[in-house]
Design a protein around this ligand. Structure first.
Ligand code: RB5
Length: 152
């Protein structure tokens, strides 16, 4: 399926390390280039540092799309949305993933590795990748908050 998403920067914490590895394989098999910011084992780490690496890359424009995962997805989405121009969407269900692209032009997909299984995560990632942004009236709304944020 056509997608403008050709490259994704990705990170997790220990709670979603296995899911990150699984999603990396899925993306690579789809021909999407993956930049993995870690961690590189399931040893316990603190999610803010890993979330910040991906969010900063999106905020500065170094990358256009990212995926973050932790136990619930909550911590990663809180960190990521501190960054200007980041629209991180916590999507542990399919409908949110589709709508986050269509209406919110989400540029970071966040999932909880302790909530979604691999099958659902695969569906969520594929839907997020394949759903185009609708633009139009939704852009007016995004423009109203796009400059907000404490970090870049
Ligand atoms: C780690 O135990 C857990 O707190 C973390 O993965 C995440 O769920 C935080 O929001």
């Amino acid at each position: 399926m056509h997608t403008e998403i050709k490259q994704v920067i990705i990170a997790s914490d220990h709670a979603a390390f296995e899911l990150k590895e699984f999603i990396k394989t899925l993306l690579t098999e789809r021909g999407i280039q993956v930049e993995d910011m870690g961690p590189f084992s399931n040893q316990a780490v603190d999610y803010p540092a890993f979330g910040a690496k991906v969010a900063q890359a999106i905020s500065t424009g170094a990358y256009s799309y990212g995926i973050l995962m932790c136990g619930t997805g909550l911590g990663m989405s809180m960190v990521a949305n501190k960054y200007r121009h980041v629209r991180a969407a916590l999507c542990n269900d399919l409908f949110s993933a589709i709508m986050s692209r269509r209406h919110n032009n989400s540029n970071i997909l966040v999932m909880g590795g302790r909530i979604v299984g691999k099958g659902l995560a695969m569906e969520i990632v594929n839907a997020w990748i394949d759903t185009p942004y609708a633009g139009g009236r939704h852009q007016t709304r995004i423009d109203q908050f796009d400059g907000m944020g404490t970090c870049s």
